[in-house]
Design a protein around this ligand. Sequence first.
Ligand code: CUA
Length: 347
Amino acid sequence: MSGKHQSLNIAALCFAALTLTSCAGRQQSVVNPAGPQSGQIATLWWFFLALLSAIFIIVMVLTALTLTRRHRGIEQEPLEATHLPPPQTEAGLTRVVTAATILSIVILFVLLVTSIITGKNLSELQDRKNPMVIEVTGQQWWWQIRYQNSDPQQVLVTANEIHIPVGRPVMIRGTSHDVIHSFWVPNLHGKRDLIPSRVTTEWIQADRPGVYRGQCAEFCGLQHAHMSLWVVAEPPDKFKTWFDGQLKPSAAPGTAVLQRGQQVFMNHACIFCHAIRGTSASGQNAPDLTHFASRRGIAANTLPNTMGNLGGWITNPQNIKPGNHMATIAMNPPDLQPLLQYLESLK
Ligand code: CUA
């Protein structure tokens, strides 16, 4: 394959990769902003892209012109052995280099100033008077979500899925239980690291309803790639309905099979790590399962929340997510089906 063909192929591959990554993830995309914070970031990104693309094209055109131009006067007057250009060419070159240096400095300053202005605008998008605060704790490899409230009755703990009301600024107070993770929901804001024994904050706001994907953005161990979350932005009344529903204790098992399933859960080691409000299970080391069936995914959204996936996950969690902290629990085969049905009844 010729060099020209090879570089054309590489360029086509890069273009395809860029197009695919920006189109495949409308639910997780920096260039599809859903709120004012991500809007500011996207505007800055487009400005950088336009300016730097223009510079790239100009530099490439000038390089091509220089390479293809015949050296003026080379026929009449061969260069001296010293290769020194004549004085008038030297002066011209000095002027061009000086102008290019000044222009580069000006352009870098423009980029710096626009970045600072964007940062300042972002820091002003807050609601200090009546903040809605959600604590996000990164853990290997899932997200604990806690809706803060001065009234303990209104504190809600859940996992791997955040619901927010549309149009309201929400403060994410992030921290970590183990290593450094990073909270990143590209449609809503940039990355914010979650650091053990420290609290970092970030304000997000969604201006249109939608389900936006977030992903841990700091390498945090074997299953870093399987650490995602959903942010569900809903109209305020729908959010209120969801929130009030989530505050309620778990649904009581209504049938004999569900009762059996609940007993299986209570008689196994599940209760040491998981909590189901309204039962005696109150473990705090793993996702709260009170309304487990209302969530979209299992294992930090590694798999969609279906009974089949849940069966595979409980039977052998290390097969699906090697290295994760979920214990493999020995269970009699007849116990599994009632347990799955019970967990999937926790709407
Ligand atoms: Cu958590 Cu990467």
